[in-house]
Design a protein around this ligand. Sequence first.
Ligand SMILES: Cc1ncc(COP(=O)(O)O)c(C=O)c1O
Length: 455
Amino acid sequence: MTMSIEALRRTNAQHMLHPMIDPKAVAAAPPLIIDRAQGVHVFDIDGKRYLDTVASLWNVNVGHGRPELKAAIMAQLDKLAYFSTFQNTSNPPAIELSARLMQMFARENMKKVLFSSGGSDAVETAMKLARQYWQLQGKAQRTKFISLKLGYHGVHFGGASINGNPLFRTAYEPLMPGCFQVESPYLYRNPWGEADPARLARLCAEELDRAIQYQGPDTVAAFVAEPVQGAGGVIVPHESYWPLLRAVCDKHSVLLISDEVVTGFGRIGALCGARAFGVAPDMMAMAKGINSGYVPLGATLLNERVASAFEQPGVPAALMHGYTYSGHALACAAANANLDIVANEDLAGNAARVGALLNARLPEFMRYPHVGDVRGLGLMSALELVADRSGKAPLMVATPYVQTLVGAARSEGAIIRVQGNRLILSPPLVFTAADVDETVRILHAAFAHAERSLS
Ligand SMILES: Cc1ncc(COP(=O)(O)O)c(C=O)c1O
């Protein structure tokens, strides 16, 4: 650090805009400044240690400060930091990563990858390639997208247009025309009042079917969804839901795009979320866990059906899409080392095992009157906060109760995240049973403190 601690705080307040928050709120409550990290812990500029229960932003899956990633990045840096993959140039780490990804997702019949710099890019790429795919099939009128209410697909204009939460949309409207949302399989709140997950899955799939028919199947390019909706509040569908989605898409020849930005690379106990539900999508948008956030990287994977459209002899199919940092050598080198760890340490299996321990403890929190629902799959969980249980009115992040809760967790030594009215837990996939115990202990202390503050 070249700046003093005070200068850091002052300069942050003066010059930095922070994503996803009103600048005035940052000025009122200055941010926690994280200075270093190791394993499942991070340290602030005052040296205080916190358990990272959110893997920073559901992405530092192999944990912080892994020497293997550092070594891979340093070794790559000694040879080549960057050279473009536009047109006819390439680089070895990107090529190696493409082969690994195809091997990892051979079961989903993935054949090609287009790299980018993050999740929003990966979604944007999938949407644009879906439209180009239909043009190449001679069906240029298939341009529309259908997605889920409460879905989150990043912040670019395409992704924002298919996001299913007005919070991410209204300030930037008008967005892209031709994007429509259907109900998500949200057991705690759904318009049918349906409390049976299998019946809810069927109702949702039927609604998708009707939406496609209403739009006209020949005008719909793709349906886009997260296997488990993350930012929307960890909405875990019934096991029948994704197979039903696949069947509806197939019935109308609509492409199925799985947004695996959070669920990719093990978080819900399988190497990708669609696989956890036994479904092979047509495209997958991936980022975060691909290299655990050590260097920004996104990837859009195309299956045989989509990839082959670009290879038809005599049909011009130039990809007029891509980013300066598509296939960035350092990012790809980090991904190759990261994916070795994911495989060697069976992080998907660990997420399933340790996630089961965590999710089994969550019902304990129903003893607090402001917890309305708890849910999770693998290392992806949420506690839904409500003002009152019977009315289910959301208890939002800006309320004194939630601010007290978050502050108390910090004092106890954990960073927790409340998105809207959902306390989200998405720890590194290297989490242990002891880390679960510590998370649960801190959360109990924080809830007890928040409850006391009300009286
Ligand atoms: C499901 C999903 N898709 C896309 C994104 C956007 O990724 P990024 O923030 O890397 O652009 C996110 C980010 O959290 C996400 O959760």
